[in-house]
Design a binder for this molecule. Structure first.
Ligand code: SF4
Length: 280
């Protein structure tokens, strides 16, 4: 069986059940099937990234999560995978990823749900569960004690974090993430993250039409300088271009990021000794 066939069958199974919290996705960065955990089915996020693919994205509070219902959906999903995935293909299910339609760590129930997932996985054999638990985060809550506690738990589960850094200066944080946040403060949060759990930086390289032509962010020099102090602390950098249509770009200013541009960023980072994975 091809991985794509497995993914399509799983997607059809999930879609027929109209689950609220668990969704399968084909992840180019994880390079396989990812089981997503969505703590924001209300499409609310505290940031409003220009390239975000969440349809109907809005700012607002995290919804109350029905933990038993989420647990049931995840159990059903893992059971379906156990029954339909040949042993030789188990590694194509890459991870359980906290991502979804908003920032996972803004949910007051994030810790409790991570704990539930940890307990659920402990009850399954190693062959019967994805190898990695990932948190895909914008990093904005890393100063919160409860989130730091959750990262300690994630670390004990041999999980990892993908931490968003899309900017080389404050103006780019505002332009790309719509976050009124100094880059220096964001990098302090990255520091907390690295101290608690293995961390990859993930960066979207975004090209936009501009009055004078095309502008690409983050500004390469300042971005590389900002990350240099983290060279020994992060596992590496996931560098990706915008490949799918943004739902937030009403003016259609975002262009597909050229492979040659991404390569320029990757080369500059590799020259400084960073491990870089690039996704065109
Ligand atoms: S942090 Fe993630 S979910 Fe929130 S706006 Fe940015 S891309 Fe979308």
């Amino acid at each position: 069986m091809a991985t794509s066939t497995l993914f399509e069958a799983l997607s059809a199974y999930v879609s027929a059940r109209k689950w609220r919290y668990i969704y399968p996705v084909w992840s180019r960065r994880a390079q396989g099937i990812s089981i997503g955990v969505n703590l924001h089915p209300n499409h609310c996020c505290n940031w409003h990234c220009i390239y975000c693919q969440v349809s109907g994205l809005q700012r607002g509070p995290s919804p109350a999560i029905n933990t038993p219902s989420l647990q049931q959906e995840l159990s059903d999903c893992l059971n379906w995978l156990s029954q339909h995935t040949p042993l030789s293909m188990r590694t194509c299910v890459r991870d359980i990823a906290f991502a979804g339609d908003g920032e996972p760590t803004t949910s007051p129930q994030f810790f409790e749900i991570l704990q539930m997932v940890a307990n659920l996985l402990q009850q399954r054999s190693l062959d019967d569960r994805p190898a990695t638990i990932r948190l895909i985060t914008n990093g904005s809550q890393l100063q919160q004690a409860q989130v730091q506690q959750a990262l300690k738990l994630l670390n004990s589960m041999e999980g990892e974090v993908w931490f968003k850094v899309d900017a080389g200066n404050d103006a780019e944080m505002l332009a790309i993430n719509d976050a009124h946040l100094a880059l220096a403060l964001h990098l302090q949060r990255l520091q907390h993250c690295c101290a608690l759990c293995p961390t990859w930086v993930q960066t979207a390289v975004v090209s936009r039409k501009h009055a004078g032509g095309t502008i690409t962010t983050p500004t390469l020099d300042s971005y590389v300088q900002a990350l240099l102090p983290f060279k020994q602390q992060i596992a590496g950098i996931l560098l990706y271009g915008v490949a799918r249509a943004s739902q937030q770009d009403a003016q259609g200013s975002i262009q597909a990021t050229a492979a040659a541009i991404l390569e320029t960023y990757a080369e500059a980072l590799r020259t400084q000794g960073f491990c870089v994975r690039m996704f065109v």
